[in-house]
Design a protein around this ligand. Sequence first.
Ligand code: CAA
Length: 379
Amino acid sequence: MNFKLSEEQLLIQKTAKEFAETELAPGVVERDEKKIWPKEFICKMSQLGFMGMMTSSDWGGESLDTISYAIALEEISRVDASAGVVMSVNNSLVCSLLEKFGSDYIKKKYLNLLATGEKIGAFSLSEPQAGSDASNMKTSAVKKDDYYEITGIKNWVTNGINSDFVILFAMTEKELGYKGISCFIIEKGWDGFDVGHPENKLGIRSSDTCELYFDKVKVPESNLIGSEGQGFKIALSTLDGGRIGIAAQALGIAQASLDASISYSKQRIQFKKPLSENQAIQYKISDMAIEIEAARLLVWKAAWKKDQKQNFSHLASMAKVYSSEVAMKASTQCVQIHGGYGYMRESGVERLMRDAKITQIYEGTSEIQRVVIGRSILK
Ligand code: CAA
């Protein structure tokens, strides 16, 4: 066993940290307040190779391991969790899915553009009645000659507005239940494909989330990913990898909470001494540090298992459920340590608490992660 990061991983960590602190940090509060999508910064992240980190260089990516990806995503999310989720969705839910399940035609046409970050991808699985119960979808894909006709509504789509291509799951045979779900890649601008208004969210406000509407959209059969009926398994196995990304995002938020707590508690004087000299504050900071260390080991272990091509599904769920709970606890304690100041927008730390919450919800709630873990342990 070796806990030492490689030279390459250390360089990636340093690059992501410097980029986040010099480029992302200055405008992060304003982007959150005004819901501004970080376009210019996503372009720079593309130039750094952060949009297709694990994709093979044959398809425009960086051919890096999942640990490198988790490290970079933690550093980006430590400063800006909204930029973190844009990166996470493009890498784990779009590029990884296309590389694993897409035909050569699809990879040539779409993956190169997505892995270089020239184009941005979205992943649309959920529907108004199908959140945790993802297979209960109504969107239909009816086969006609050499194309499918897609009709339905998708919701809570991250990158829905700013993406160019969308991974879409739809029912090709409703009566087969989850075995009737198929996966497609769709282009923005196709007839009948409309994008909804940006949702007004509690956190990760500078990432976009919206509904997508499909009214008899004609999708060429060459844009079917995998085979008919394989869609649900494609979705779930892709989400296994995605959950490592969200766990890394949560870890970044938790680390930012610890960093801010240390710095503020050393400078804030009450009762003639810094807050950090009070045991009550030291205990809070110690608990954050302990839990962050444990969360990071879980995230890296899940990433390592994935890289070893071993079954990592339940470990990814463990990493996500634990890191997201640590992020929520650490960010709440961080606001507490900052007192009244922490409750004010300009402190910047209330954003951590708002951003942390979604990591317990998207890409499978904490309750669903526990279902995945429980089924794996008890089978
Ligand atoms: N990989 C591949 N196949 C899998 C799998 C996995 N990890 N897990 C299950 N399967 C297979 C099963 O083996 C089964 O196939 P067989 O019958 O051939 O064995 C099939 O899939 C159905 O499995 P289940 O019976 O377990 O399905 P279920 O309906 O009980 O659902 C669930 C399981 C875990 C609850 C699943 O629905 C789930 O993960 N729900 C949460 C959905 C989710 O995470 N949504 C996130 C939306 S995307 C998002 O949030 C992105 C964003 O914006 C950032």
